[in-house]
Design a binder for this molecule. Structure first.
Ligand code: 5GP
Ligand code: ZN
Length: 136
């Protein structure tokens, strides 16, 4: 993708604060962090989002996420950590090259990353579960 900023960052054409790099991924610090140490795991190959991520990248991704999360905890002594991954505009995606946010959290950091809990009922839950299961 010629015009994709994360392709350029992941492949080193644009400099970034890099925490980790291998042949498949680059992990950088977010320029507008939600909290100190907010990192982005970016595959070097271009995928728009989770809907077109390949299985091999998906499999390696969470192993790396765990490694980065544990390093952040050790280095920054954060009190908790959110993993966030946005897909499409409605879900908050602003850069259309797959990335995973690793966000260290600190007591009194003033952030609010959680959703408002909704309501449901057993019949609705059963129908939704069956519908998604059928699409697997
Ligand atoms: P999204 O909203 O797509 O899930 O997240 C995009 C993230 O990329 C945002 O948190 C934003 O701050 C970060 N970001 C956008 N452009 C750049 C950039 O050029 N460099 C870095 N390091 N982060 C960026
Ligand atoms: Zn890209």
């Amino acid at each position: 993708m010629n015009d994709c900023i994360f392709c350029k960052i992941a492949n080193g054409e644009i400099p970034s604060s890099t925490i980790y790099e291998d042949d498949k991924f680059r992990v950088i610090l977010d320029l507008s962090p939600a909290a100190a140490g907010h990192a982005l795991i970016i595959p070097k190959a271009h995928f728009r989002n989770i809907f077109d991520l390949d299985d091999a990248t998906a499999a390696d991704l969470f192993v790396l996420a765990k490694k980065i999360a544990c390093a952040a905890k050790k280095a920054l002594n954060c009190d908790g950590l959110n993993i966030v991954q946005n897909n499409e505009e409605i879900a908050g995606q602003t850069v259309f090259h797959f990335h995973m946010h690793i966000i260290p959290r600190y007591i009194n950091d003033g952030q609010s990353i959680l959703w408002k809990p909704g309501t449901s009922d057993p019949e609705t839950l059963k129908n939704l579960a069956a519908k998604i299961a059928e699409a697997l």
